[in-house]
Design a protein around this ligand. Structure first.
Ligand code: EPS
Length: 363
């Protein structure tokens, strides 16, 4: 069983963004409205820049869905970049700055290494693809996976915990306002929770099979994410084992349970039936209106980094992307364990397994 995976294509100001999502079973009823709702969630949040006033992302299903149901074949999803037309017009009307090469790479961005590695004299050839605009397709694919997981009794939600070291809505807004006024940017920390996951997704058998490893890799792949923890990982590292591990209890119906969840729902690379908790740290966005020092890649003279319209903080968007990546990883593990041809088979296998594992873990 090959599992669920996706590949995306598209540049930030190119014609459209596309992705192919494969491995989901046939028979999932797809709601375009739900997918568009998720795309809208990703576009909102305090601290976003002017681009979000231009785009109103709407998904188009190009393949893999017929009469509103998945076919089991690759699902091609596409979203238009409205800003592409603006760029085309500006460039054909004499270039402005849009057709001119960018040569002053931003510290913290893919610009410098990307231009060297791919031998490009215009950094735009790199930044257009490394842009977080690409996460639109992760959210579209993730939304389809969320629909699949809902059929399996699995729900995913999330929240922003802090921005620039402060918490609480008012303090976060003030911090973002002050960053914007200073021509600066901010990152933050968000949390994603996955509930209803049966114990036993992933495996202790091989590093490639571990659920925590798959989730960490998926989160780490989101633009600007630089740290990931499962459960209270960094707090746990300061404590004794007796203060950390979640003791195991059994009730009168032979149902095994925990009173705490410091492990964040994963032990030995496998889900343990508790909610899965993942936290991710996002670095501040590298595009600064008060630019940092850099070097021109063509003249080799010192200069300041390029500045252009950007977000001050995109943590709320990143949180939605985190939920989406979690949905894709969990869908992959579900399909690998319970089959992925027909939804009815997947659900029957999952039900059978849940019944076995419910009482005393069925050992
Ligand atoms: C981004 C820069 C900004 C962001 C963009 C990511 O775009 P622009 O250069 O067009 O103003 O708004 O994010 C999105 C477009 C999006 O949909 O999330 C960057 O440089 O990474």
């Amino acid at each position: 069983m090959s599992g669920v995976s996706f590949i995306s294509g598209g540049e930030s100001h190119g014609k459209r963004l596309t992705c192919i999502l494969q491995g989901l079973p046939a028979g999932i009823k797809i709601s375009g409205e739900f997918v568009n709702g998720e795309l809208k969630r990703r576009q909102s949040g305090y601290g976003r820049g002017g681009r979000m006033k231009i785009e109103s992302d709407k998904v188009e299903f190009v393949s893999g869905v017929r009469f509103g149901e998945t076919l089991g074949s690759p699902i091609t999803l596409s979203v238009e970049n409205k800003d592409w037309i603006n760029w085309e017009k500006k460039m054909s009307a004499g270039g402005e700055k849009f057709g001119e090469p960018v040569t002053n790479a931003r510290p913290g961005h893919a610009d410098l290494t990307g231009a060297a590695k791919y031998s490009r004299s215009d950094v735009r050839d790199i930044l257009e693809r490394s842009s977080a605009r690409e996460t639109t397709m992760r959210v579209a694919a993730g939304a389809v996976c969320k629909i699949f997981l809902k059929n399996c009794g699995i729900e995913i939600s999330g929240k922003v915990l802090s921005v620039g070291g402060v918490a609480g809505e008012e303090d976060i807004k003030n911090k973002i306002d002050s960053a914007k006024a200073a021509g600066d940017s901010l990152g933050g920390i968000f949390e994603v929770e996955i509930t209803g996951v049966p114990a036993g997704l992933g495996s202790h058998i091989q590093w490639t099979e571990k659920l925590d490893a798959a989730l960490a890799a998926a989160f780490m792949s989101i633009q600007a994410i630089k740290g990931v923890e499962i459960g209270d990982a960094f707090e746990n590292a300061k404590k004794f084992g007796s203060e950390v591990h979640d003791e195991i209890f059994i009730d009168g119906d032979k149902k095994i349970f925990r009173k705490t969840n410091r492990a964040g729902g994963i032990e030995g690379g496998m889900s343990n039936g508790e909610p899965i908790i993942i936290r991710a740290a996002m670095k501040p966005i590298p595009t600064l209106m008060k630019p940092l020092q850099t070097v021109d890649i063509l003249t080799h003279f010192p200069t300041t980094a390029s500045k252009e319209r950007s977000d001050t903080c995109a943590i709320e968007a990143a949180e939605v992307v985190g939920e989406s990546m979690a949905a894709i990883v969990i869908s992959d593990k579900i399909v690998k364990k319970f089959g992925g041809d027909a939804l009815s088979d997947t659900l029957a296998n999952l039900k059978n397994y849940r019944e076995r594992i419910f009482n005393g873990y069925g050992i």
